[in-house]
Design a protein around this ligand. Sequence first.
Ligand SMILES: Cc1cc2nc3c(=O)[nH]c(=O)nc-3n(C[C@H](O)[C@H](O)[C@H](O)COP(=O)(O)OP(=O)(O)OC[C@H]3O[C@@H](n4cnc5c(N)ncnc54)[C@H](O)[C@@H]3O)c2cc1C
Length: 481
Amino acid sequence: MRERVVIVGGGIGGVAAATLLAEQGVAVTLLEKGKSLGGRAGGWTDLLRDGTLFEMERGTVRFCRFDRNARALLRRVDPALASLAPLDDYPLLGPDTAIGSITKLRAADLLRRASAGRVRDLIKSDLRRASLLLSFDPEDTYRRLDATPARTFLNELRFPPAASAVIQGLVGHATFDAFDRYSAAEMVSLFQYCLGADAAGLELDVLRGPASARLWQPLADYLSERGARVATRCEVLAVERTNGLVVRYRSRGVLQTAGADAMILAADIPSIRKLVAASPDLAVAAPGLRSLEISLPMVTWRVWLDRPVRPERAPFAVTTGLGMLDAIAVHDRLSVPGSRWERERGRCVVELHAYAVAESAGDAAIRGNLMAQLHTLYPETRTARIVEERFLKKRDSPAFLPGTQASRPGVLTADPRIFLAGDFVKLPFPASPIERAASAGFLAANSILAGWGKRTEPLAHGHVRGALASLRRAKQDLFGL
Ligand SMILES: Cc1cc2nc3c(=O)[nH]c(=O)nc-3n(C[C@H](O)[C@H](O)[C@H](O)COP(=O)(O)OP(=O)(O)OC[C@H]3O[C@@H](n4cnc5c(N)ncnc54)[C@H](O)[C@@H]3O)c2cc1C
C-alpha cells in the first residue's frame, strides 16, 4: 500500500511539500479551507461595478531572484520561468532618501550611497557593532542579537539617519512588522539574504498574469496528475494521534476523517492557534506552536483612478519615511491582470501597501494617510477621482519578536509523523518570507521521504554566513583564534 500523507494548508509551504511527495509516489491528500490554493499569495475573481471581472490578490507577489526553492516549485509548471517578468529596476523613495536604482545595491554601496559619501558621518558610526550586519551566522547572530529589537540595534549602530532609513526601507519592507517588535537577529538574516555579497536579493520578478492562472491552478493540475487529492473548501478541525494519525475536517458542511502515516501542518498562525486549541496532541508534539505570534496588521489598498499617473512613474517602488506607505505598485506598468483594460480607458490602478499598521488605526485614518502620501509622491494624483477600490486589512503574517528564536519550531516535531511547513518555521539559512515557506515545505517532504527510504530533493540556498562571519570562521579554523 502507498504511504499516506495529509497536508493541512494549500499555501506555498503546503503545495511545495505536496509536490515533492506526489513526485515520489506518496498518496498525498492536500486539505485547503479556502476556495482555491495559494493562501496569502493566492487570488480570487472579483467584479467591478460596471460588470468587468478581474483577479484580486492580497498584493502583487514579488519573487526575489534568489528565492531558489520557490522558483524550483514554479519550474514544475513553467520550466523556463516564462511567467515571471523582471522588475528591471525599482527605486526607494522617501523625503530624505531617494535611491533611483536599488536592484544591484550591495551592503557596502548601501552605506556609501546613504551617507552621500560623507565619510565623516560614517566615522561616527559604531563600526564594530555595524560589522555584525555583515557577519550573519546561524548560531552566533541569534546568540548575540535575538533578544534585541531591530530598532534598538539600528540606533546603536549610530549610522547617518539616511543610512538607517535605507536599511529600514529595504529590509524593513520584507519583515511585515514594526522594527521595535522585530528581532535584530532576524533583521541581520534578511540583510544577509537581500544585500550579502553573493546576493541578488533585491532583484525582483513579478508574475505576468494572475497568480491563480500562472501558479496555483497549474500546480493543482500538476499534483492531480501525480495522483494527489487536492481538496479545497476543506477545513481541518482537529488532529488526533491515539490510534495512528487521524485528521478531522469539514467539507461542505459534512464532517469527515482521514487517516495518515504522516502529516504536515502548513497553515497560517491564526488558524494554527485554533487547531492547536482543538487538538491537545498537536501541542504536545510541537509545544513551540503555542508561542507563535502574528505581526501587526498589513493593508493593501487597490485604487482605480480616473486618470493615469505620469509615464515616468516606476512600476513598483518601496518607500521610507512616508507615513504608513511602504510600497506602491502601478499595475499597467507591471503587466498584471486588468491593466490593459484600464489603460485603454485612460485610467490606472495603483496598489498601496502599508505594513505593520497600529491595531488602533481606523480604516478611514489609514486611507487618509496613504492617499496623502500618494499625493506627495505622485502629485498628478491630487485631482484624480477614485472610481473603484478594494481595501484589505489582515493580521496573519508571522511575527519574529525579539527573544523568540529559541522557542520557534522547526520542521521536525517530537512526533516523527508530524511535520511543520510555512513562513513561520525556523530554517537553517536566511530566506525571504515566500522562500522560507517553500523551503520549509521541501524540508518537511524531504524528512518524510528520507524516513521511508525514498529519493529526496537537494535543497538550494545561498551563503549561510555573511562575509565577515566566514572570515572569522576561517581565522578560527586556521589559527585557532
Ligand atoms: C500582501 C502581501 C504581499 C506579500 N509580498 C511578498 C513578497 O513580495 N515576497 C515575499 O517573499 N513574501 C511576500 N509575502 C509573504 C508571502 O505571501 C507568504 O510568506 C507566503 O505566501 C506564506 O505561505 P505559507 O504557505 O506559509 O502560508 P499561507 O499562504 O498562509 O498558507 C496557509 C494555508 O493554510 C490554509 N489553512 C489554514 N488553516 C487551515 C485548516 N484548518 N484547514 C485547511 N486549510 C487551512 C489557509 O487557508 C492557507 O491557504 C506577501 C504577503 C502578503 C499578504
